[in-house]
Design a protein around this ligand. Structure first.
Ligand SMILES: CC(=O)SCCNC(=O)CCNC(=O)[C@H](O)C(C)(C)COP(=O)(O)OP(=O)(O)OC[C@H]1O[C@@H](n2cnc3c(N)ncnc32)[C@H](O)[C@@H]1OP(=O)(O)O
Ligand SMILES: N[C@@H](CCO)C(=O)O
Length: 373
């Protein structure tokens, strides 16, 4: 049985308007990159929005070209007969504003001067990303989404959808998220930022695209990457193994884990723009569900739909207690809420590496919602 969505194309929705951001600044016109899988039914009520993490993109499933080395980032989840079954659901994955993956971000042309925004791009919040996604969902003619589902920054987007657009969602599924970014998570991003700022090629964001601050970005990504892993996953993957290529007493000889970080930091330079990385890190750091409300309780009281939450035992970036704090408040508020602590050794990135550990609960929720229709 064919379980892949096959060859897919990224589409680009253009909005000739100015969006008022949380900062009060205006951003426009706006482009959003997105992909869709499956078919929107006649009642237009079978749509699911998948929201991505920090360095993700709209390409969640299938391949752009038969020779692509890897499929989309959540290909195991999306396709005929899969968890997000494209025989039943119309699955949308939208890139976020601020990103460099086809949507309006710091690399886009500033209409006011015809030059790339670079640091003239406004600071955006997760809520602004969602505001832009609402334009896309309107454009697709969808009133209500079956669910909004995503991990990490995707979880923040799902929660913002539920709180600010309660009439537009029938459920939300935040995975490996947090209700507010902790000082520890912020401090890791702060060090990553310094790695970039200290690279002479960064030039306060005015680097030429062909000469990015590669050393700074690679180091910044390596710092981030450590926080996506866990003690257990590093023990399993690398242990204390020394790189077979190097002599143990070579001064620059590397442990296997060092090679891994160097490789993943280095390969990231070709995949992501430095300013976008910084703007999205800022959005992550600014995240607090209570922003604009008197309290988290007041913010969470806006949520009307069922919410299904997952946290991972080995996630030390957004540890389970941060999801549990939110779930606890929702329970006190008598909201329909379900929470599962998933035993996984893969740290924050467990939502990408071991989705099979939590997907049965997702299927249960989707079946329930479909039966209720
Ligand atoms: C929604 C989103 O979040 S989309 C963004 C997802 N992508 C990322 O986060 C980019 C970084 N990638 C990753 O973190 C991982 O690939 C994941 C989480 C997506 C998947 O994890 P895993 O399946 O465990 O992959 P793993 O960590 O083993 O491999 C990552 C890379 O390191 C390489 N690698 C593995 N071991 C070693 C090693 N000992 N030395 C050097 N390189 C190594 C792999 O070959 C792979 O290279 P590739 O990216 O060119 O294919
Ligand atoms: N590894 C994912 C998760 C980060 O939160 C990313 O880079 O987007």
């Amino acid at each position: 049985m064919e379980t892949s969505v096959g060859i897919v194309t990224t589409e680009y929705a253009e909005f000739d308007l100015e969006l008022r951001l949380e900062s009060g600044r205006l951003l426009g016109p706006i482009t959003l990159a997105y992909e869709t899988y499956g078919t929107l039914n006649d009642r237009r009520d079978n749509a699911i929005l998948v929201t991505h993490a920090w360095t993700g993109d709209a390409h969640a499933a299938g391949r752009h070209h038969p020779d692509d080395r890897k499929p989309g980032w959540w290909d195991g989840m999306i396709g005929p007969g899969k968890v997000l079954d494209t025989d039943r659901f119309f699955v949308i994955c939208s890139n976020v504003i601020g990103s460099c993956k086809g949507s309006t971000g710091p690399t886009s042309i500033n209409p006011r001067n015809g030059r790339p925004y670079n640091l003239n791009f406004p600071v955006i919040m997760v809520r602004d990303m969602v505001r832009a996604q609402v334009l896309l969902i309107d454009r697709l003619g969808i009133d209500r989404l079956v669910t909004v589902m995503g991990g990490s920054m995707g979880a923040m987007q799902a929660l913002e959808w539920g709180i600010h657009y309660p009439e537009r969602v029938r459920s939300i599924i935040p995975i490996a998220g947090t209700g507010r970014t902790s000082p520890m998570a912020i401090s890791l991003n702060a060090v990553a930022r310094q790695a970039i700022y200290n690279d002479p090629l960064w030039k306060k964001g005015n680097y030429r695209p062909e000469h990015p601050p590669a050393d700074g970005l690679a180091l910044a990504r390596a710092i981030g990457h450590i926080s996506f892993l866990s003690d257990a996953s590093m023990q399993m993957k690398f242990g204390r193994r020394f790189s077979a290529r190097d002599g143990q007493f070579d001064f620059f000889g590397q442990f296997e884990v060092e090679r891994y970080l160097e490789y993943n930091g280095g390969s990231f330079i070709d995949k992501f723009d430095t300013n976008s990385f910084l703007y999205l890190a800022k959005a992550l750091d600014l995240y607090d569900v209570a922003f604009g409300f008197d309290s988290r309780r007041e913010a969470l009281s806006q949520l009307q739909c069922p919410s299904l939450w997952f946290a991972f035992t080995s996630d030390w970036l957004y540890p389970p207690y941060q999801t549990e704090e939110v779930v606890e408040i929702l329970r006190e508020l008598d909201k329909p809420v379900e929470y599962h602590l998933i035993d996984s050794a893969y740290g924050h990135d467990s939502f990408l590496v071991e989705p099979e550990k939590f997907t049965p609960k997702v299927v249960e929720l989707l079946d329930r919602l479909t039966a209720e229709k």
